[in-house]
Design a protein. Structure first.
Lengths: 181, 74
């Protein structure tokens, strides 16, 4: 009975650290992958994993088992990532990190060279974090819009609007940098 | 922005930033770090955080029209 998910969720809600560890082990890969898709930096993603599960444990009494643990964890992780992006927005090393940590895709257009990629990364970094998250998850990572909406706590229509605004701002920024999409 | 421009920006973005492929795992077991964080005493809020909060509350009380601006950014 201990391994029944609903039992684990109930015990977690009552504050059991054992149940919390079980949930951590079950969902750490999915939550880590979600955070990595947002911040695109493994070291930062690990730091945010700890922050996310700390927030999860602090909020255990407010967890609604019917909501599902993973969706709830993703939402908390997304907000932790948003906070992280806001505090790092003044720093200028994000584009280099983003490009260095993840190699160029094999199918990359050779015309899109390193300089253009750096300019795109810089433009992306200048976006407001909540627009950047929507653009990265929906456009780059091709995550379902309903999952992104659930993680951000907004409607699918609002996600579409954020992606549209992000792309418009990106296009303007790229034009100012001499790239005409 | 028309649809063609939007598609071009999307294409550029995807080519510049490769998606994270497949299942990803942390480089090490993070459970000890989570436990350590849970055991750590919360740091007291510095005085300037309270001063900033008081300033924001005063601003909102004096200028209620600024509420949508804060909602937009937070």
């Amino acid at each position: 009975m201990r391994n029944e998910p609903s039992d684990v969720l109930d015990e977690f809600r009552q504050g059991s650290v054992d149940a919390f560890e079980t949930l951590f082990r079950q969902h750490q890969g999915a939550v880590y992958g979600w955070i990595l898709r947002i911040v695109r930096n493994p070291a930062a993603a690990e730091e945010l994993m700890v922050e996310t599960f700390w927030r999860i444990q602090r909020a255990h009494a407010r967890f609604q088992p019917a909501m599902g643990f993973e969706g709830w964890a993703r939402r908390i992780a997304t907000y932790a990532a948003l906070d992280w992006m806001r505090t790092r927005r003044q720093e200028s090393d994000m584009p280099q990190e983003m490009l260095a940590e993840l190699s160029a895709p094999a199918e990359a257009d050779p015309v899109v060279n390193a300089e253009i990629r750096a300019k795109i990364a810089r433009a992306l970094e200048r976006l407001p974090p909540k627009l950047r998250i929507a653009a990265v998850l929906c456009v780059v990572e091709e995550q379902p819009q309903k999952d992104v909406a659930a993680a951000l706590g907004i409607s699918v229509a609002a996600v579409k609007l954020r992606v549209f605004r992000a792309l418009r701002l990106l296009r303007k920024d790229l034009e100012q940098q001499g790239i005409r999409p | 922005m028309n649809e063609l421009n939007e598609d071009r920006v999307k294409k550029l973005l995807k080519q510049a930033l490769p998606p994270v492929e497949g299942e990803q795992e942390p480089g090490c077991d993070l459970w000890p770090a989570v436990l350590k964080r849970l055991d750590a005493k919360p740091a007291p809020a510095p005085w300037f955080d309270w001063a900033l909060l008081a300033g924001l509350v005063a601003l909102v009380v004096c200028f209620p029209a600024s509420i949508p601006v804060f909602l937009y950014y937070f």
